[in-house]
Design a protein. Structure first.
Length: 371
């Protein structure tokens, strides 16, 4: 993967000038500079395949990190000697970026079409593996047509979805950006917002992780459709990864006000003015965000649906919390143990080279089914 400057959307490598480094902002201060001042949104630089098609989907990653920081170029899949530079980059990602990293071409057109074709069968209750997903929040004939459809842990039910969210390169990107020694899949999401679809409330992913230690996520959101602001694309609150963790929001699906929980969270963080950044990218683009980033989506006012597949990664060292319970996911906790079973939380990538042994065969069966 290649971490490159996105200021002008081109492959320009420039070091971090000493005078451009800023002190770590205090999230409790009255008006930290990265959160309180409206700015031009960061451009999401695109990463395209080589002409010979040899570039794997996430072999190169660029991060849009704001106007004041230009990260060095590095390729940590091939150049392990530059990990110290990567570590420096990740510190700046966590301190002062707009929390956006985008990879254009993470899925090729055939992979996009194959994933799109799985949505109707899944939400109609036809599951390829015979297993129900852990969460199935919209069912044909039961729920309103204007609700946003959501499935959680579709990888257990559909091999095509599994071939996307269980990729090693997604795990590596999430682990390195969050500073972990490796990454597991904590949960995936399959999201389908039809024309006229209702909002998903703005929230932080880390608010829902009290049942694991450390309670942290790094998210890779992959769109299967070109996204536009009018089409209700996902939106991020710039700099909100520096805010404290808030409790889970009051209403996740179809709230009357998608920003209802964001406003008091900003006030509690001492932020009077915040910038909401709509993510407008072509189909097949992967966008990474920190687990504390406030994000959500509003009504789909466009004429087309918006579909996405999302990998929520957790640290490879994560364990179950001994006392706090998730009424869904703590069912996978072993008696008298906090260890996470790789049958349910497989390791996608680890810096020592380890990866859950059965993953690649399971993913190959998904690719064969989609071919």
């Amino acid at each position: 993967m290649d971490l490159s400057s996105c200021r002008h959307g081109r492959d320009t490598a420039s070091p971090v000038p000493h005078q451009r480094r800023h002190p770590r902002p205090d999230p409790t201060s009255a008006a930290p500079r990265f959160d309180g001042i409206p700015r031009r949104p960061c451009r999401l630089a695109s990463v395209r395949r080589r002409q010979d098609g040899s570039a794997r989907a996430c072999d190169r990653l660029r991060l849009g990190v704001g106007r004041h920081y230009h990260p060095p170029r590095l390729d940590f899949l091939a150049r392990k000697d530059r990990l110290s530079s990567l570590a420096r980059h990740c510190r700046y990602f966590l301190r002062c970026c707009c929390t956006l990293g985008a990879v254009e071409g993470a899925l090729n057109p055939d992979e996009i079409r194959a994933a799109q074709a799985r949505f109707e069968p899944m939400f109609s209750g036809t599951f390829e593996t015979g297993l129900y997903p852990d969460e199935w929040n919209w069912r044909l004939g039961r729920d309103r047509e204007d609700l946003t459809r959501q499935i959680c842990n579709g990888w257990k039910s559909d091999l095509t979805i599994a071939s996307i969210v269980l990729r090693a390169d997604i795990g590596e990107a999430c682990a390195r950006l969050r500073g972990w020694p490796g990454a597991r899949i904590g949960q995936d999401n399959v999201i389908w917002k039809p024309p006229g679809g209702k909002p998903l409330g703005f929230h932080q992913d880390d608010s829902y992780n009290g049942w694991i230690i450390p309670g942290e996520m790094m998210t890779c959101w992959i769109t299967l459709d070109d996204t536009k602001a009018v089409q209700d694309t996902i939106e991020h609150v710039k700099g909100s990864h520096l805010w404290p963790i808030s409790p889970p929001i009051k209403q996740f699906h179809a709230p009357d006000d998608a920003l209802a929980d964001l406003r008091p969270a900003a006030k509690a963080a001492g932020i009077s003015v915040y910038q909401i950044v709509p993510i407008e990218v072509p189909a097949g683009t992967a966008v990474f965000h920190h687990g504390r980033t406030w994000h959500g989506s509003r009504d789909n006012k466009g004429a087309n649906p918006r579909r996405s597949v999302i990998a929520h990664c957790i640290s490879s060292t994560a364990k179950f919390h001994p006392h706090q319970i998730s009424y869904i996911y703590s069912r996978y906790k072993k008696a008298q143990s906090t260890e996470m079973d790789e049958s349910y939380f497989p390791v996608l990538w680890q810096q020592d080279g380890y990866r859950t042994a059965w993953l690649d065969g399971y993913m190959r069966s998904g690719r064969a089914a989609a071919a």
